[in-house]
Design a protein around this ligand. Structure first.
Ligand SMILES: Cc1cc2nc3c(=O)[nH]c(=O)nc-3n(C[C@H](O)[C@H](O)[C@H](O)COP(=O)(O)OP(=O)(O)OC[C@H]3O[C@@H](n4cnc5c(N)ncnc54)[C@H](O)[C@@H]3O)c2cc1C
Length: 490
């Protein structure tokens, strides 16, 4: 029995919501989560039909140390909850001219891959690693994981002398180009920017640490797919006495005297000492509070396809990124012209290659992700017709790259257009990854995890600090919890 516990309500059982709940429970809160969907996980959800299992959103698990640290902060062992399978080779980048670049956390294999393009760049990777390692350690120790309410405390956390070392004043592309001469290698490492919401020519150079993090700590998949991680988090919530209500959509956050006092659901008010929204902060302000939204630049939306194939696929590894011929033009079309690039970049994952239980014997489960402008930015209609047009372009590219998948091989299909992403999970304007990560939208400039306007209202997840991605949402839970503990007398 908790002594004089305070009550916390969390809106949304995405990764951020599921992560903060046990932390607050440990701090003597009575915690209850309300989730509008039937299942927990948010974007990291699951489709399980006709023997095929698909993760709806995230498919790459990186930075396992984040989960290890998080579970151990609660006195638990991560590996008692989630089994990880290593994915190596990690990601294969493929160009139309059939050249490919395969990432591996094995430095020898990686060096051999680089040598296919340039012997000079073989040395470049060593320098890139050394420089990224310093940046990565500095970033995670002093910046990414620290609450900072203004730019001065943020810079102070990093130490003024370290700012230049972090590459904050350079672009991501410029920072990577310092180490390599082969444009295809630079493109592969820069392509991560797609999910951060802008072109690598515009995002801060600091993000050049992303490929390093993946190579250093490896790329993984939980047993059962990414949803294996969600199941582990759900169990952790139950083990720490958190109450989860699914199929429970919150209509409004109730405010009295500029203070959040509860939430309304089915014409009933549930009162609490504090409210934490795991719903996109823009959607929270607009729909749950009836206030105006910040004019944030958003990350792209996506068309996602879930295909059950009647066969296994030999011509692809687990993760493949198809890159365009004109890299700069593609990013420009997507982020400045707000059109779907004519030379479509896309990503494919075949999780059943790593975990055979995800598809019936001799068959495959395949996930395809195509980035596109968000709903309000796109002049044409986003919808199933567009999805079919894009699918034809994917098959055209398959033929050009000799990939042995055709339309006739598909025996199960589900498609999420940007509208499904918006309507199912409350993603503002259908943006898949939340607000972008341009310099003016990171750190103290990002949507804060504590409302500036309303007392006792907090945020957790991809739209607040530190930013998007599953490990970042887990880190966000600790940052928000720290802020709450700072504010509230328990
Ligand atoms: C297609 C795709 C691919 C991705 N790939 C990767 C990847 O490979 N690796 C990676 O690390 N990250 C990836 N990401 C990003 C990652 O999925 C997200 O950053 C992360 O899952 C966001 O979690 P969150 O905590 O912000 O919660 P969300 O996922 O946003 O969950 C919020 C929850 O709130 C619920 N909700 C909304 N409104 C209400 C309401 N009114 N009442 C009650 N509940 C409500 C929603 O149903 C949802 O469950 C991907 C995302 C997408 C969309």
């Amino acid at each position: 029995m908790k002594k004089n516990p305070k009550k916390a309500i969390i809106i949304g059982a995405g990764i951020g919501g599921l992560s903060i709940a046990p932390l607050l429970s440990k701090e003597n809160f009575n915690v209850e989560i309300y989730e509008s969907q039937k299942t927990v996980g948010g974007r990291a959800n699951i489709i399980s039909e006709e023997g095929f299992t698909f993760d709806t959103g995230p498919s790459l698990l990186n930075y396992p140390w984040v989960y290890e640290d998080y579970f151990s902060s609660l006195g638990k062992n991560f590996y008692d909850y989630v089994k990880l399978i290593k994915v190596d080779p990690a990601v294969n980048f493929l160009w139309r001219d059939k050249k490919n670049f395969q990432l591996s956390s094995d430095l020898n294999s990686l060096s051999d891959e680089i040598s296919k393009f340039s012997t000079k760049d073989r040395l470049g990777i060593i320098d890139f690693f050394k420089s990224s390692q310093k940046k990565y350690e500095l970033a995670f120790k002093h910046i990414v994981t620290k609450n900072a309410s203004n730019v001065f405390s943020w810079l102070l956390n990093a130490g003024f002398r370290n700012i230049l070392k972090l590459g904050l004043t350079n672009s991501m592309h410029g920072e990577i180009k310092k180490f390599f001469e082969e444009e295809k290698i630079i493109e592969a490492f820069s392509s991560y920017s797609m999910y951060l919401g802008d072109s690598p020519y515009k995002l801060p150079g600091f993000f050049s640490i992303l490929p390093y993090g993946e190579l250093q700590y490896g790329l993984w998949m939980p047993k059962g797919g990414m949803y294996g991680l969600v199941r582990g988090l759900e169990k952790l919530n139950l083990d720490t006495n958190v109450k989860i209500n699914t199929s429970s959509k919150i209509k409004k956050i109730i405010i009295e005297n500029k203070k959040a006092i509860g939430v309304s659901i089915d014409n009933e008010i549930k009162y609490a000492d504090l409210i934490i929204s795991n719903v996109d902060s823009e959607t929270t302000y607009k729909d749950l509070l009836g206030l105006g939204v910040n004019e944030n630049k958003m990350t792209p939306s996506v068309y996602t396809y879930y295909w059950g194939l009647n066969k296994t696929v030999d011509s692809l590894t687990h993760h493949t990124i198809f890159l365009p011929d004109d890299f700069k033009k593609t990013f420009n079309q997507l982020f400045s012209e707000n059109i779907i690039p004519d030379d479509l970049p896309f990503y494919i994952s075949i999780p059943s290659k790593t975990d055979k239980d995800l598809a019936p014997k001799g068959k495959s489960s395949i996930f395809v992700l195509i980035p596109c402008p968000t709903i309000s930015k796109f002049n044409e209609n986003h919808g199933l017709e567009k999805a079919k047009e894009l699918k034809d372009l994917v098959f055209k590219r398959f033929r050009e790259n000799n990939i042995d998948i055709s339309n006739e091989d598909i025996i199960y299909e589900k498609i999420f257009t940007p509208k499904e992403w918006k309507n199912q999970y409350g993603l503002f304007d259908g943006s898949a990854f939340g607000p972008s990560h341009n310099f003016n939208q990171i750190g103290p400039f990002r949507n804060p995890n504590k409302s500036k306007k309303i007392k006792n209202l907090y945020f957790v997840g991809a739209s607040t600090t530190p930013g998007t991605g599953v490990p970042m949402c887990v880190l966000s839970s600790k940052m928000t919890k720290d802020k709450i503990i700072e504010d509230i007398e328990i």
